[in-house]
Design a protein around this ligand. Structure first.
Ligand code: XLS
Ligand code: NI
Ligand code: NI
Length: 398
């Protein structure tokens, strides 16, 4: 079970989230605040490693700005990062806890108002590139297993003022630069892109798995990337999570997951801890079918609800998520043992095993031979019995 479920905690939701929203201020009670932002940053390192050790979670993920306060300029910011990375490195050595992935936050700062790599301002592109460079150096220093790009502001508000093609060309330019630099410094982590359809921009370029794969193929990037798929982003795109995982799997592009869940009644990224047994079971099924996640893992990109403001809620929430995955894995094991889905698919597509179906699949058939066959044939469709399938699934899940 441990091998199948490489859990990771998200530094931002766990260590820096305050519980504030558009309508109210901070509520979260946390004991790691210090006198200066750097003191707080150092306390957070202590806290996250204690937290992960106690939970038995072996990985964590972070943005540059989660671990260290931003300075007055790029040099100062990098210096702060270096100081904290040195402490994190020592902690990694001491505990054996590892970095699943790191990333650069290229969406929060006001400079990213028009985007990062897709910004209309070339100076912003340059700053973003510098952040990515530093991110790769940090990834190398901490032996991160992956490096993530989530295009927080890589999208547009309106096509009235947007050169969609040019902005995507520029995003591809930054990705190519990142690949080149990784090679140069011998950073061997896997590059991941995390699709999301909207929020904060009206339309994000990495809309969903299929859109992102098409982008990567178009720009000659596919061999260098895999996808980091997030459950709530899937639902925002009008997909189920297992749909996204399945699409990625078809292209050998499933890299890692951000495990959370949305609220079906709301149209934004609520990032709740995953507790939906059905959704997690179907997601894990795809992961098992994929042969696991390779260098990837299961990152709880999830935050406690505002009402769950006690520090202990962080522990309880992660346990809730991990227990859901553990239960789901047991269900998946039973489904696999009984060849539950395999049997369904085998029966459903049986017509392609022999006769005309086999000829279609093997490439022997053409429009003429198929017409000839269709002339004298009577079509015989069979019912899917989908309701029965769902009822049987209930027996596995409960
Ligand atoms: C936001 C994203 C973000 C990425 C990392 O919606 O999920 O948290 O995972 O930048
Ligand atoms: Ni995410
Ligand atoms: Ni998200």
């Amino acid at each position: 079970m441990k091998e199948h479920l490489p859990f990771a905690a998200a530094y931002w939701h766990t260590m820096t989230q305050t519980g504030s929203d558009q309508f109210g201020s901070d509520v979260n009670i946390r004991n790691w605040f210090g006198k200066t932002p750097m003191d707080t940053a150092k306390n957070r390192v202590e806290a996250i490693f204690e937290f992960l050790s106690k939970l038995g979670v072996e990985y964590f993920c972070f943005h540059d700005v989660d671990i260290a306060p931003q300075g007055a300029n790029l040099r100062e910011s990098n210096k702060n990062i270096d100081d904290i990375v040195a402490i994190i490195k020592a902690k990694i050595k001491e505990t054996g806890i590892k970095v699943l992935w790191n990333t650069a936050n290229m969406f929060s700062h006001p400079r990213y108002v028009h985007g990062a790599a897709s910004s209309c301002n070339a100076d912003v592109f340059a700053y973003a590139a510098a952040q990515v460079k530093k991110g790769l150096e940090v990834g190398k220093e901490l032996d991160a297993r992956n490096y993530v790009f989530w295009g927080g502001r890589e999208g547009y508000e309106s096509l009235l003022n947007t050169d969609l093609k040019f902005e995507q060309d520029n995003m591809a330019r930054l990705f190519h630069m990142a690949i080149d630099y990784a090679k140069e410094i011998n950073f061997t982590g896997q590059f991941l892109i995390e699709p999301k359809p909207k929020e904060p921009t009206t339309h994000q370029y990495d809309f969903d798995a299929a859109t992102t794969i098409a982008f990567l193929m178009n720009y000659g990037l596919k061999e260098h990337f895999k996808l980091n798929l997030e459950a709530n982003h899937a639902t925002l795109a009008g997909h189920t999570f297992d749909h996204e995982l399945n699409v990625a799997r078809c292209y050998n592009m499933l890299g890692s997951i951000d495990a959370n869940q949305g609220n079906w009644l709301l149209g934004w990224d609520t990032d709740e801890f995953p507790t939906d047994l059905y959704a997690v079971t179907f997601a894990l099924y795809q992961i098992v079918e994929n042969g696991g996640l390779g260098k990837g893992g299961i990152n709880f990109d999830a935050k406690v609800r505002r009402g769950s403001f006690e520090q202990n809620d962080l522990i309880l929430a992660h346990i809730a998520g991990m227990d859901t995955f553990a239960r789901s894995l047991k269900i998946v094991e039973k489904l696999k043992k009984d060849k539950f889905f395999e049997t369904i698919l085998e029966k459903r597509y049986a017509s392609y095993k022999t006769g005309i179906g086999a000829e279609i699949v093997s490439g022997k058939a053409n429009l003429e031979t198929l017409e000839k066959y269709a002339f004298d044939n009577t079509i015989n469709n069979k019912s899917d019995h989908l309701e029965e399938v769902k009822a049987k699934l209930n027996d596995y899940i409960f």
